[in-house]
Design a protein. Structure first.
Length: 215
């Protein structure tokens, strides 16, 4: 764990992660590409009707992976070194990312109010969010792995609001499947919930409390 890694090793870790995300996000479109190859003279409106769930799953999943990549990129912008925990938590994150195209296909094929499918889909997203939180915790425990700017902007509440809201969306999607994936709109509350959690976690810490720009 205490072994010093090289900058090239960190670059390989980040580049490998980026390549994996690129492959996963590309795989999302393949079911629609296959469906489009059989469109023939069929009106496009009919094609959309027949493949509505596939298109919806593609759009949602593309946005999900893009969002996860943005968060991953922001975290690793502040990383100057890494240890074994960061590597393995990053692999957990990658596992969740590469599973998203599979869960998207299951979602589109099982159109309708299917609690077990919603649980699979949102549960995978929850694992990805948890992995990013674990990466952040590993970096917080060893601040020497971060850049000086990154250490100055550490926010221990980062990602916690998303985890809570994602878990809530998972439970509600299973208990009330009529709303389905629309429970994910709860994630729009992540900013105000994050501010509340940060205020609670840093209450009384004085100058150590992060600025509002850190969120």
């Amino acid at each position: 764990m205490a072994q010093i890694r090289t900058e090239r090793g960190l670059d390989r870790l980040v580049n490998f992660s980026d390549a994996t995300v690129a492959i996963a996000i590309t795989l999302l479109i393949l079911p629609l590409v296959d469906a489009a190859s059989h469109i023939g003279s069929k009106p496009f409106g009919e094609f959309v009707d027949e493949n509505f769930w596939e298109m919806l799953a593609f759009v949602i999943s593309f946005a999900v992976i893009a969002r996860f990549w943005v968060v991953h990129h922001r975290v690793f912008e502040s990383v100057r070194d890494y240890d074994g925990w960061v590597v393995w938590f990053n692999f957990l994150w990658l596992l969740a990312i590469v599973v998203i195209p599979f869960t998207a296909n299951v979602l589109s094929a099982g159109a309708g109010q299917r609690p077990e499918i919603y649980a699979l889909y949102i549960g995978d997203m929850l694992v990805a969010s948890l992995a990013m939180r674990l990466i952040g915790d590993a970096l917080h425990r060893r601040p020497e792995l971060m850049t000086e700017e990154g250490r100055a902007q550490v926010d221990r509440s980062s990602g916690l609001a998303e985890l809570i809201l994602m878990a809530l969306a998972l439970v509600l999607a299973v208990l009330l499947p009529t709303v389905g994936l629309f429970w994910l709109f709860l994630l729009f509350l992540s900013d105000p919930v994050h501010r509340l959690l940060r205020r609670a976690m840093y209450r009384g810490h004085g100058p150590d409390r992060p600025s509002a720009s850190d969120g």
